[in-house]
Each structure stands twice: as structure tokens, then as C-alpha cells.
Design a protein around this ligand. Structure first.
Ligand code: SF4
Length: 512
């Protein structure tokens, strides 16, 4: 049997020139998992089926990354795409990459290499003169440490297969770019050379590969307790497996405790809220939650709620905006990731407590901003107080619209001045019942306090999925699907404002 160094030499030698298809143990994805947690790698290799389902929000991010990668290929035209026909057929890509390099190709998309039993694929590989240059495309605006770590692994493998690899660039989105009449890809992408960092990381990469391979060879599950690492750099796919032993009313359900403190409690055996010993040293908000859980009773600060409610005037409008922020601008004069509002819902509560819903939806295609602003001004003129649950995004979008349409500055100011943030009494825990332990988000509180799981069953049920659904509308040709997406978006926004109205009515009830 080959020892490690001779096997590396063997794989290195066959990498470019042999027709033997090399095998691999690690991909970039499994390597990244191993760096986050060796137990995660073990589960991924041995119990793949236990993986948590991919959330709709994460699926949106994956799709966005793929689309941007394909767009960036236009910067290096004339290349050959060697993407595998299926995820299980990466050996074909490795083989095709070898053949193209041997045949004198200058540009390869999704070039794949294996070295040290590690498989990597690279977005774009370009030859200039005798040197090769690597380009990895990211749909985000920043070059993060995680991206540099990914690039380091890619460099490690590719450099060993292709010694004339000379440079490594990460392309990210330039958020200062303002689109003119046409999209300029050279200005949309910003290229950052990471060659110095990736070279410096080589000993670390080699060491981490050895650790990962040892974990796979060993066959025993590493004994790693849950902790902060389960969320860094990403929420682990085996969260559902490793965290499921925690029963209801555990310390990780406390809002505002901070993960470091929660892990400290966990590691000292204080796993249940009832078992927390140093309660007096904690913030008032934490003490409210702990006492309410221990005594299984609600907490109500009537005077503060009364003062809050006294600032609200009828008719009340419960308001929510949906925006889309495409990585690649679609309208002249806009920037990547600029927030563009396209939908709002308004549930009006008259003094008698009846609810009425109204909304505005901008059909995908035209720049929605002016029509959206005019609809806001018109519909919000009919209510006095405007209730928003977590008003930061709404206030900022309205401010942006006032900057773009200064002739409506006064009207926008009047709207902003009437906005009241309904999340305040809940995030300050002026009202709290232990059944809502875990989060102060609108979705969570509405589900728990109003006993309605509408958000869970909605096909569009988050800002991220709404963003993507609207972007999808620009491309969609099927009129039936278009209408379906539109109704899903409106349904989500309406549920947000209905939930806001119901939580407001709950506070009014509690204050009686
Ligand atoms: S949930 Fe945490 S402990 Fe479990 S595999 Fe993932 S990172 Fe490791």
C-alpha cells in the first residue's frame, strides 16, 4: 500500500498526464466542513441522509452564486465549460480539463483537478503566455476569510497539478458601480489578488487535509460538543442532529443571552433555564424570561405598554415593504444590491378594531420606485399612526426614495414621522409569555401568541425568498406561473401586516 507521500507523488504524476481516473476523498465542500468541525465531516461522509434540508433562503443564495458565475464567463469569452453532467461525474470534468490543457486551450470554465485525494473545481482558468491564472467568482461584495480559505485549497490542488499556475483572483461585486445604459461587466466585478494569502496558507491547508483524511480513515465519530463553531462560518447542516437532544426550555432559547454565555452554561451543566444559578448578575431582559419560564406565567409591564399605546392614533395602518436587491443591476442608474421596493401591504385598524387590507404591487419590468412612492403617499395618507414590526428597512427605503425624488420629501418625512416600531415592546419584553420563548421575530411571536402557523406553509415566507421570487418574475414567460408568483408575494406581505395587526391587538387586550 502506498504511504501518504508516495501516494501524493503518484496522484500528482497521474494528475495531468495519465488516462487513469484518479479517485478522491475530499471535495472543497467536505474540506470546508472539516475545517468547521471534524464531526461534521464524519457525519457528511457516513450519515449524509441526516443532513438538514436546505432552507429556502440558502437555496436562493446558491442559485444567485451560480448565475453570477455564468455571467462572469463573458469576461473571458471563448472558453470550454467542463461542468460534469451530474454531481457524481466529476471524474469526467477532471479528465476533460487534462485533455483541454494538453490540447492548448486558453480558457476553461469549471476546470476540475484532483491532488492529494482532494477534488476542486475552479470557476475560470485562463492562460496568458505560458502562465495560468485562476479566477473564482463570488456573488457577494466582500472577499471574506472563508473565501480566501476556499481559494487556498483550490490553489493547493491546482498548483500541484498545474505548476505554471501563476496567480489567483477572487472576483466580487463592486457595489459602487452605477449601471449606465448597458451593463458593464468590467465595472460590475472587482478583482482581488489573493495569491500572497493563499501561498501563506499552504502549510495550514496541507495540515487540515491530513486531519480530514485521518478522520475519514479512523472511522470513529469525533467527540466534539456543540458550541459556537456550529454557526461559524455557516450554520452546520447537522444542526438538527447534534442539537436535537436539547429539550424545551433549554438555555439556548433565551433571547439576548449571547452564544458565548449559553455555551459556558451548557459546558458547566446548566442546560435548562430552570437550572441557571447566577441569575441575579444577568440583564433584566434575561431575568424576565428566566422567571417567566420557571414560574410558567406571563410577564406584563402595563405602564410601559400604556405609554406606548398612548402614542398611537387611529386609524392605525400596519405596514410592510418588500424589496428586491439584485446583485446585477436591472435599471439604469441603480447599483448592485440596491434595495428597490416593489410591494407593500397595509392592514388598517379602525377604532372599532375592524381590519381592512390594501396593497400595492409593481409589475416586474419597469423601475418600480416612483409608482411605489406615489402609492405609499396616497394610501398612507388615510391612516394616522403607521405600525411596522422592525421599522429599520422601511425607514431606510423611504429615505432613499426621498433622496431620489426630492419633490416628495415633505410627504416622505410625514410618513417617517408617523412610523411606530411595534417590535419595541416585544424586544424589551414589556409583554412576554413563556410559550413564545426563543425569538422576538414577528413570525415567531405571531405563530406562538396567535396560534397560527400561516408563515410556515407559505411558499414565499421570508425577505430573501420574496427577493428571489420577484427577480424570477423578470425572466418568467409563463403567464400562469407569473400570476402564481405575484399572488405568493402579495400573500406573504399581507400575512406580515396581518401578524403586525394581531400583535398590536394583543397588546391592546393585555393593557386593558
Ligand atoms: S452541529 Fe456542531 S458539533 Fe454537530 S457536526 Fe455540526 S458543527 Fe459539529
Amino acid at each position: 500500500m502506498l504511504n501518504k507521500s508516495s501516494k501524493n507523488a503518484y496522484l500528482s504524476a497521474i494528475c495531468l498526464f495519465s488516462t487513469i481516473v484518479p479517485f478522491y476523498q475530499l471535495s472543497k465542500s467536505s474540506f470546508v466542513r472539516s475545517v468547521q468541525c471534524l464531526k461534521q465531516l464524519y457525519l457528511y461522509k457516513n450519515f449524509y441522509h441526516l443532513k438538514d434540508p436546505v432552507s429556502k433562503d440558502n437555496q436562493v443564495i446558491f442559485n444567485r452564486g451560480t448565475n453570477i458565475g455564468i455571467l462572469a464567463q463573458q469576461l473571458f469569452p471563448g472558453g470550454t465549460d467542463v461542468s460534469p453532467s451530474s454531481i457524481r461525474k466529476y471524474d469526467e470534468s477532471v479528465q476533460r480539463t487534462k485533455e483541454l490543457i494538453a490540447a492548448g486551450a486558453n480558457v476553461i470554465y469549471e476546470a476540475a483537478f484532483v491532488f492529494d485525494e482532494v477534488l476542486v473545481a475552479l470557476d475560470i482558468l485562463v492562460k496568458q503566455g505560458d502562465a495560468w491564472h485562476a479566477y473564482e467568482i463570488k456573488s457577494s461584495a466582500k472577499v471574506t476569510r472563508t473565501y480566501v480559505l476556499d481559494a487556498s485549497l483550490q490553489y493547493y490542488v491546482i498548483k500541484n497539478c498545474l505548476p505554471s499556475l501563476d496567480s489567483f483572483f477572487i472576483a466580487s461585486i463592486n457595489t459602487n458601480y452605477v449601471m449606465g445604459e448597458r451593463l458593464d461587466l468590467h465595472k460590475l466585478f472587482r478583482f482581488t489578488s489573493v495569491i500572497k494569502d493563499v501561498k501563506a496558507n499552504m502549510p495550514y491547508i496541507s495540515d487540515r487535509i491530513a486531519q480530514a483524511r485521518a478522520t475519514i480513515a479512523n472511522g470513529d465519530m469525533p467527540d466534539i460538543p456543540i458550541g459556537e463553531h456550529c454557526f461559524k462560518p455557516y450554520k452546520c447542516d447537522y444542526f438538527g442532529t447534534c442539537w436535537k437532544h436539547l429539550p424545551e426550555n433549554n438555555i439556548f432559547q433565551l433571547s439576548t443571552a449571547g452564544m458565548a454565555k449559553q455555551v459556558e452554561w451548557y459546558r458547566t451543566g446548566q442546560r435548562m433555564i430552570a437550572s441557571i444559578e447566577d441569575k441575579e448578575e444577568l440583564s433584566p431582559i434575561l431575568q424576565i424570561q428566566i422567571n417567566a419560564v420557571k414560574e410558567n406565567r406571563e410577564h406584563l409591564e402595563k405602564e410601559k405598554i400604556d405609554a406606548f399605546l398612548a402614542s398611537i392614533q387611529y386609524p392605525v395602518g400596519c405596514f410592510d415593504i418588500e424589496q428586491f436587491s439584485p446583485a446585477v443591476p436591472v435599471f439604469t442608474g441603480t447599483k448592485p444590491y440596491q434595495q428597490l421596493p416593489f410591494l407593500f401591504s397595509l392592514h388598517t385598524i379602525e377604532a372599532g378594531n375592524e381590519l381592512r387590507e390594501d396593497h400595492f404591487f409593481a409589475e416586474a419590468g419597469e423601475d418600480p420606485r416612483k409608482a411605489f412612492l406615489l402609492a405609499c403617499i396616497e394610501k398612507l395618507s388615510k391612516v394616522k399612526s403607521i405600525l411596522v414590526y422592525g421599522a429599520g428597512m422601511e425607514i431606510s427605503i423611504l429615505g432613499m426614495l426621498a433622496g431620489e425624488f426630492p419633490e416628495y420629501k415633505e410627504e416622505v418625512l410625514s410618513i417617517q414621522n408617523r412610523i411606530v416600531d411595534l417590535s419595541h415592546p416585544f424586544s424589551e419584553f414589556w409583554y412576554f409569555h413563556p410559550k413564545a420563548l426563543g425569538s422576538t421575530s414577528l413570525k415567531h411571536l405571531y405563530t406562538k401568541y396567535c396560534d397560527d402557523n400561516s408563515f410556515e406553509v407559505l411558499p414565499v415566507n421570508s425577505g430573501a425568498t420574496a427577493n428571489y421570487a420577484y427577480i424570477e418574475l423578470f425572466e418568467e414567460k409563463d403567464l400562469f406561473r407569473k400570476e402564481e408568483l405575484k399572488q405568493q408575494l402579495i400573500g406573504y406581505c399581507k400575512t406580515d401586516t396581518l401578524a403586525t395587526a394581531k400583535l398590536f391587538q394583543l397588546l391592546v387586550e393585555k393593557a386593558k
